[in-house]
Design a protein around this ligand. Structure first.
Ligand SMILES: Nc1ncnc2c1ncn2[C@@H]1O[C@H](COP(=O)(O)OP(=O)(O)OP(=O)(O)O)[C@@H](O)[C@H]1O
Ligand SMILES: [Mg+2]
Length: 167
């Protein structure tokens, strides 16, 4: 999947917009707690918005309403990290891993999706040099996307070259 990285993409505002969109579209209102300790991130802003949108719509559609959905983003040791979590019936580890395959849907799952949301989200993570994982933690399913907070050195050089004044 091609991505167009912007070294100074305003990801914070994009994520805020995605949360509002999902809140408006939710059939049953759901509390979404958001903590965004990020500002500008070297990424494809539109694709990253799509990634959060896919994770968050899953949380609202497939998660149980017992606990609020949580969205957290931060940069730790030069690694960007986004987590989206919600209360869920237990999902075995092998099933969790398989959810990233195209057209995979859990049994008894709700909604009218076709099983592409997590596949697309994981491809967006990979295209940024990162990855997307899922694990169960104390009755919650936690999706974590991680990637280097800065583009690889070669990409940095390309950006510097294209920004340099022509002489
Ligand atoms: N946050 C979640 N909580 C509980 N189960 C989830 C969650 N996210 C995904 N799942 C399970 O993983 C399956 C695959 O998710 P995915 O987003 O790929 O497909 P979908 O939501 O069923 O359809 P689509 O995203 O194409 O509309 C879901 O059908 C559901 O069973
Ligand atoms: Mg989905």
């Amino acid at each position: 999947m091609p991505v167009e990285r912007d070294p100074a993409a305003d990801l914070r505002s994009k994520f805020k917009q995605v949360v509002i969109d999902i809140e408006i579209k939710a059939v049953t209102p759901r509390a979404i707690h958001v903590a965004l300790a990020i500002d500008r991130i070297d990424c494809d802003r539109a694709r990253m918005g799509q990634l959060l949108s896919n994770l968050l719509s899953n949380a609202v559609t497939h998660g149980s309403p017992d606990l609020p959905v949580r969205v957290e983003a931060r940069v730790l040791d030069a690694i960007f990290q986004l987590t989206v979590s919600n209360a869920s019936a237990p999902i075995p580890a092998a099933v969790l891993r398989g959810l990233f395959q195209p057209f995979s849907r859990g049994k008894d799952c709700k909604g009218s999706g076709i099983g592409l949301g997590l596949y697309i989200a994981s491809e967006i993570a990979r295209a940024h040099g990162g990855h997307l994982t899922a694990e169960m933690q104390a009755g919650k399913v936690v999706f974590t996307m991680t990637m280097p907070a800065a583009a690889p050195a070669e990409e940095q050089r390309r950006i510097a070259r294209s920004a340099a004044p022509k002489v």
